[in-house]
Design a protein. Structure first.
Length: 450
């Protein structure tokens, strides 16, 4: 099959842009409206997106929401939301975020396996190492764990979850009413994991789905994050401002995966892109300028504080002056570095910086016609910078409608994007292989040796 662009839709009901909730088209209660999320899911499926993606936080201050971006201050837990949305769609995948820092592997494995069954094989888990002291203080700690410790725990957490997902072999359930045999006990396996962070006996009390188990997604960009992604992830959500840095990341991850014995074609790199789409360049610019004009100064400053680690106090600084140095933190080190890079490369003032990152918080923003946006996506896709993209519409539903109605047809016209779903499961549509149950694979090896 000819290689095609993969597309995720990152659709928080409150909108992506820090001021999106103030736009006349955006429902003010979108973050907590199931009906609105249903509308977004159905539009994404109409546009043949691979998956609906949602980030998540475990504190009110997540992503600077307490200081700025007020529409993201409260919303749904993603797995719960996606379980409600799944029956209203048939092909769209659902990628929800869950924390390896504050969740136990058994709970994570159980809820995602359940979502996978409810959606008939369309679930994905976005693996995150949660940052921020406010979150730690909600989970019996005073401060967030060190960066390196979070990633060691994450690697073990993912390993345990995958073991739990293999508790039942795919053909374990017989369900024969005549004989009274419901399942084959020989095809149910304990996990028996003992490691640095976790002791888990198992087995999991949820069976595998038609896609085996949920797709594993990861979004780290630090060296620790790249190592975790190359070892475990099947889809990687990443942030870049330039094709050159995207190419470096793409090639590094593919080489790391290859070095670990993985097929690099089964590790999909999907940078985030926030598009302002117009039928003309002037119309696209007008959309950008209108949304930018709705940013309140305190929200823009709060957003920068959140993105730089939550320790940068900009009170008293001239907003038309340069961004001062931010104290180092144990938070999202790669994102903190990216925000500084954007400020320095563009010689942005504090005001210009928060205006630029207000839509995508460091992901690539494109303002232009469908043709211009398609040109950029095609260039990255064809030159080892991306296998697809996570699309972040600045405000909803209009930003998503614009992309589906204008950009998708242009990508299809160029033969870069599907005109129909290839399969029923998220794995099938992403072109990812079915994960063979480890116990069944082990038994096959034994039988072959005999």
């Amino acid at each position: 099959m000819t290689r095609k662009i993969r597309l995720g839709a990152f659709l928080p009901g409150g909108g992506q842009h820090v001021a999106s909730w103030r736009h006349p088209d955006q429902p003010v209660d979108g973050a907590v409206s199931l009906e609105f999320h249903k509308q977004l899911a159905q539009t994404a499926e109409r546009g043949l997106f691979d998956a609906y993606f949602l980030a998540d936080g475990l504190a009110v201050g997540f992503g600077g929401a307490r200081e700025g971006g007020k529409a993201r201050v409260a919303g749904f837990e993603p797995v719960t939301l996606f379980s409600a949305l799944a029956p209203f769609t048939t092909h769209l995948g659902f990628i929800a975020t869950a924390s390896t820092t504050y969740e136990e592997p058994y709970n994570t494995a159980r809820k995602f396996a359940s979502l996978d069954l409810i959606s008939n094989g369309r679930a994905g888990w976005n693996v995150v190492t949660t940052t921020g002291d406010p979150t730690a203080q909600n989970f019996n700690r005073e401060a967030q764990p060190p960066h390196a410790e979070r990633y060691r725990r994450a690697a073990e957490h993912v390993d345990v979850v995958k073991k739990l997902w293999d508790s039942f072999e795919d053909d374990a359930f017989i369900r024969d009413k005549e004989t009274g045999v419901f399942f084959d006990p020989a095809k149910l396996h304990d996990t028996n994991h003992k490691g640095e962070h976790f002791q888990v006996k198992g087995p999991l009390n949820v069976s595998r789905s038609r896609q085996g188990h949920p797709v594993i997604v990861q979004a780290g960009q630090s060296d620790d994050g790249r190592g975790l992604a190359a070892a475990t992830a099947e889809v990687i959500f990443t942030a870049h401002q330039h094709i050159e840095t995207a190419q470096e990341f793409y090639r590094d991850i593919k080489n790391r995966a290859r070095g670990l014995g993985r097929n690099p074609d089964h590790v999909l790199i999907m940078p985030g892109v926030s598009p302002f789409v117009g039928r003309t360049e002037a119309e696209a610019r007008e959309k950008y300028d209108r949304l930018t004009s709705l940013i309140l100064e305190e929200d823009g400053v709060g957003l920068l504080n959140g993105l730089t680690g939550g320790t940068l106090d900009l009170r008293g600084y001239d907003l038309d002056g340069p961004l001062p140095p931010a104290p180092p933190t144990e938070g999202m080190k790669s994102r903190q570095a990216l925000i500084r890079q954007i400020a320095d490369e563009n010689n942005f003032s504090i005001r210009q910086l928060y205006q630029w990152v207000a839509s995508a918080r460091g992901h690539f923003t494109i303002v232009g016609t469908a043709e211009r946006i398609a040109d950029t996506l095609q260039e990255w896709f064809e030159n080892e910078a991306a296998d697809g993209f996570n699309i972040l519409p600045p405000w909803l539903p209009t930003g998503l409608d614009d992309f589906v109605d204008l950009v998708i047809p242009e990508l299809q016209r160029r033969g870069l994007f599907r005109t129909a779903y290839e399969g029923q499961t998220l794995r099938e549509n992403l072109g990812l292989p079915f994960p063979i149950n480890r116990w069944a694979a082990e038994q096959s090896i034994i039988q072959a040796a005999e």
